[in-house]
Design a protein. Structure first.
Length: 156
């Protein structure tokens, strides 16, 4: 317990040859030692909480590389990702039960509260030349075909 009746002490004079501005080095095991004074090189790269190493901000290309690497690690294409991301029913026709995080991401995208709205994304897809089938390529002639089911048309 704390001694509430401790006598107050007057400050002592610094010993000759020492500077009154220098901080006394804490003894080993001193519980009052400042933990910031002695940090290792790895500890210096941690946030204030000390839980996680600092990661510098990445540009969009760096973030895309991380996502593409994740898709590759699970052997998915971007199409597989979108299919499973927006899928409503499983192979037996039963509703897909999404995690709260999954549902939140879809909700934000479709209701327009995410960074880029769905209209902007669709407009970008329509302007992107990567999905245009070249002359003589399979599927190019189906672009404006109304007789073929849209699921059968491969190029954007």
């Amino acid at each position: 317990m704390y001694n509430t009746h401790a006598q107050s002490k007057t400050p002592t004079q610094p010993s000759p040859g020492s500077s009154p501005l220098k901080r006394k080095q804490p003894a080993a095991g001193d519980e009052n030692a400042d933990p910031v004074l002695k940090r290792s090189a790895t500890e210096k790269n941690h946030h204030c909480t000390g839980n996680k190493a600092y990661t510098p901000r990445r540009d969009p290309n760096g973030k895309l590389c991380i996502i593409f690497d994740a898709l590759k690690s699970v052997n998915w294409t971007l199409g597989d990702f979108f299919y499973h991301l927006f899928r409503l029913e499983d192979q037996n026709g039963q509703p897909i039960h999404r995690s709260q995080q999954h549902g939140s991401y879809i909700h934000q995208l479709l209701n327009g509260t995410s960074g880029s709205g769905i209209g902007y994304i669709l407009d970008t897809w329509m302007q992107n030349t990567d999905g245009i089938a070249g002359p003589g390529a399979d599927g190019g002639e189906l672009l404006y075909n109304t007789a073929e089911h849209y699921r059968q048309i491969r190029p954007a």
